[in-house]
Ligand binder design. Structure first.
Ligand code: F6P
Length: 533
């Protein structure tokens, strides 16, 4: 075990936090904010030219924060991050290092993993990706019939879809509008079908993105897309020009028939949900170009340095993680909302659901024992202001405590500035309303208790650099929480069982032989489906 496995409930800080929480449950944010004139001054972090992180609207005191800091120290969180960044095999259940940070690290000193220099490997593949993306953008790389590409279809799922899809949407203002990006993930055929109705076969580049190159959904979609393209263009050789692979499994890519020069690799030390920085970022790189992608990496690297070097009270991902622990473990919050007031970030919560819930949704600790405390919360959200007209009722007046992150940028990426003032007025009003509430009203139905905690992440502008920083902030938050909860954040065994059972059911659905052993409900459902054939 490369850093100590600590049951957090055995620490002095945890016990003190339990006692402290009994007192804190009586506090109201209205009082905290009214009585502490310097609260914002003490409880914000400004990273120049990038963002302002405000955590003054949390149900915490200086004592709470000191105890949380002590918890981080007792659980060895700073040391754990050093172990990760230095390439130790901290993903022990898969015996792998976790080095997505190396993908965005400009330093040239060797960082050895399994005898190879991770930074040099990353740079080599990155340079190839940059050259390829630029050649697609400027039309030097042409389709089978000699045309410039105007459509790119990324076929992938989970980490091979959510990151690039979210980032391409987020950075649309920086993208080449002459190339339309499409993403196909679902094994539901309607996903690919609807996509193929929109693209021109003579101008479409297909990217097959899969770390393992064995994922059922992705392989089914890739094979169907290949068949379609060959039918449309009338020559199997077209796939050599119009198919690209992003994978760690070069053997499988070769067997599929994608040429070596169109194959971009990465390594087992890049987790799927942390892979947008690798070749999996190809769609983003084509969209915003090599310079834009480099800025995206630089923004994330700056946060790697920030997370590793900044003391607790100025360390944004540590604070985000600590506040999450406070509500999850000491205030019984079961979910966490992520609310970007930015339509360009409309896929951010979906992306974060995988990053967070696949990492920390675990009930077995690093000793192989069942935990006795809550781990990862349900993460969810939608952009503001849309969410205000949907689920905010429950956040304001429901019976659940739902801590929320409010994310926005001061400067918009569109020319409709009057809209932006309206957007930001809602953004600011909501966190104030949630904290302060409205204690007096004509009827009890119009009373707002308030005391709903929020963090504000206010970026100067949503640039490629800022987006890289934003994602990296959450990556480190997730890691720190995993350390405190003492779970293996980088494996995902919980996705396996359903996949195995689907593989067993598929031939039963397609055939008419005897059914295997299933529970009575599943047997009846299977029979019902088969009765249609
Ligand atoms: O099913 C979960 C998962 O393994 C994710 O962790 C991963 O991001 C996704 O499937 C896709 O995997 P691949 O990139 O190997 O196709």
């Amino acid at each position: 075990m490369s850093f100590p496995s600590v049951n957090p409930t055995t620490t002095a800080a945890w016990k003190a936090l339990e006692a402290h929480a009994l007192e804190a449950k009586n506090w109201h944010l209205r009082d905290l904010l009214a009585s502490e004139a310097d609260r914002f001054e003490r409880m914000h972090v400004r990273v120049d030219d990038l963002l302002l992180f405000d955590y003054a609207k949390h149900r915490v005191s200086e004592t709470t924060l000191s105890l949380l800091e002590q918890l981080f120290a007792e659980c060895g969180a700073p040391e754990a991050l050093q172990a990760q960044l230095s390439g130790e095999a901290i993903n022990q259940t898969e015996n792998r290092a976790v080095l997505h940070s190396a993908l965005r690290d400009p330093r040239t000193e060797a960082l050895l993993v399994n005898g190879e220099d991770a930074r040099a490997l990353a740079k080599g593949e990155r340079d190839r990706m940059f050259a390829f993306a630029e050649a697609i953008r400027d039309g030097r790389k042409k389709s089978f019939t000699g045309k410039k590409f105007t459509h790119v279809v990324n076929i992938g799922i989970g980490g091979s879809d959510l990151g690039p899809r979210m980032a391409v949407e987020a950075l649309k203002p920086f993208s080449d509008r002459g190339i339309q990006m499409h993403f196909v993930a679902n094994v539901d055929g309607s996903d690919l079908h609807e996509c193929l109705l929109q693209v021109d076969p003579e101008r479409t580049l297909f990217i097959v993105a899969s770390k393992t190159f064995t994922t059922q959904e992705t392989m089914a979609n890739a094979e169907a897309a290949r068949t379609w393209l060959i039918q449309q263009l009338g020559d199997p050789a077209c796939t050599q020009k119009q198919f690209v692979a992003l994978s760690t499994n070069l053997e499988k890519v070769k067997a599929f028939g994608i040429s070596e020069k169109n194959t971009f690799g990465f390594w087992d030390w890049v987790g799927g949900r942390y892979s947008v920085w690798s070749a999996i970022g190809m769609p983003l790189c084509i969209a915003i170009g090599a310079d834009g992608f480099q800025q995206f990496l630089d923004g994330a690297h700056a946060i790697d340095q920030h997370a590793a070097q900044t003391p607790f009270r100025q360390n944004i991902p540590m604070l985000m993680a600590a506040l999450g622990i406070w509500y999850r473990n000491f205030m019984d919050a079961a979910s966490h909302a992520v609310l970007p007031y930015d339509q360009y970030l409309h896929r951010f919560a979906a992306y974060l659901q995988q990053a967070d819930m696949e990492s920390n949704g675990k009930y077995v600790d690093r000793n192989g024992e069942r935990v006795t405390y809550a781990t990862g919360p349900v993460v969810w959200g939608e952009p503001g202001t849309n969410g205000q007209h949907a689920f905010y009722q429950l956040i304001h007046q429901g019976t659940e405590l739902i801590p929320a992150d409010f994310i926005a940028s001061v400067q918009p990426q569109h020319p409709l500035h009057a809209h932006h003032a309206k957007l930001l007025s809602n953004f600011l009003a909501q966190t104030e309303a949630l904290a302060i509430g409205r204690p007096q009203a004509a009827t009890v139905y119009k009373v707002f208790e308030g005391n709903r905690p929020t963090s504000t992440l206010l970026f100067d502008a949503l640039t490629p650099y800022a987006l890289g920083s934003l994602i990296a902030l959450y990556e480190h938050k997730i890691f720190f929480q995993g350390v405190i909860w003492n779970v293996y954040s980088y494996d995902q065994w919980g996705v396996e069982l359903g996949k195995e059972m689907a593989n067993a059911i598929l031939p039963e659905l397609e055939g008419d032989g005897a059914l295997g052993a299933h529970d009575p409900s599943t047997t009846a459902l299977l029979k019902h489906v088969r009765s249609f054939s």
